[in-house]
Every structure is written in structure tokens, then in C-alpha cells.
Design a protein. Sequence first.
Length: 169
Amino acid sequence: MKKILLVLLLSGLLYACGGKEEDKDTPAEEAVQEQLDSAEEAVEEAVDATEEATEEVAEKVEKAVEKAKTGGETTKPTSGGWTGKVVKMTDFLSGNYETLSVARVKELVMAGQYVGFLSNGTFYMVYNAAGNYDWKGLAKVADKETVTIEGKVSKVNGVSIITATNIAG
């Protein structure tokens, strides 16, 4: 009987000690959790902002390409097209022109820089008939001293654009 009472007493004590123990974080753990929650919210906000900005840029590019296809301030080409040379956009802005080759044009474009066509002091971005930036067409004639481009000229948001039908060097 003493053994049974002892077992009951011990089991009662064990139950009382190990019963409902609440999970309480220490102040340091709570601070770390708050910082993690804050960081997660900041990341989510940054991702949302990036996605919104990307969508805005894509919409603006589509509108500019559409304007280039449909018009703007369009002029008719001269009988022989425009003559000039292929240059890097930053070279046009600085006035210091480097000699370009097919490999150099590809290298520049892959690095996110633009090449275009310089004719009579005007820098033109060159697009093909499908409305795509035609750096490959420019690369083929980049090393030529004189390049002739035939096509339609338009201005979109102040940028001169040639929609080329023929690029020859």
C-alpha cells in the first residue's frame, strides 16, 4: 500500500512539474524574431516594387516600339538612303569614336551598351521591319568606313529611329 501511495504521489508531482509549460521566448529571442519578420516584410516589399517597375518598363518599351512601327514624326527616305557610320551610343555623346568590329559590337551589346547609326550629326537607333533592335545588322557593317541604310525614319520620345529595310557597307 505504501508503494502505491508513493507511486501516486510521485506521478502527481511529475504531472504537476511537467504539465502545461508555456512556451515563453526570452527577450533576445523575441527581438531576433521581430527582426526576422521585419526583414521578410522588407524583402517582400522589394520584390513587389521590382516586379511593378519591370512591368512599367516593359509597357513603356512596348509603347515606344509600337509608336516606332506606326509613326511619330515620319519622313520619307532619300533615294539612296542615309550614309554614315556605326558608333557606340556613349561615343556619340562624348565625341570620341572608337573603331568597331563585329566582335566588338557583339561584346558591347552583350554588356548592355547600345550601338547605332550616325549620319549628318544625328544618332539613330536602328530597328528591323519586325520592330526589333537590329544590332546584328549593324555589326555586319560596323568595320566599314561608310554605311548606307535604307528605311523609314521616325522620332519616338525625342529619339531618332530608323526602321531599316536594307543595311549595306
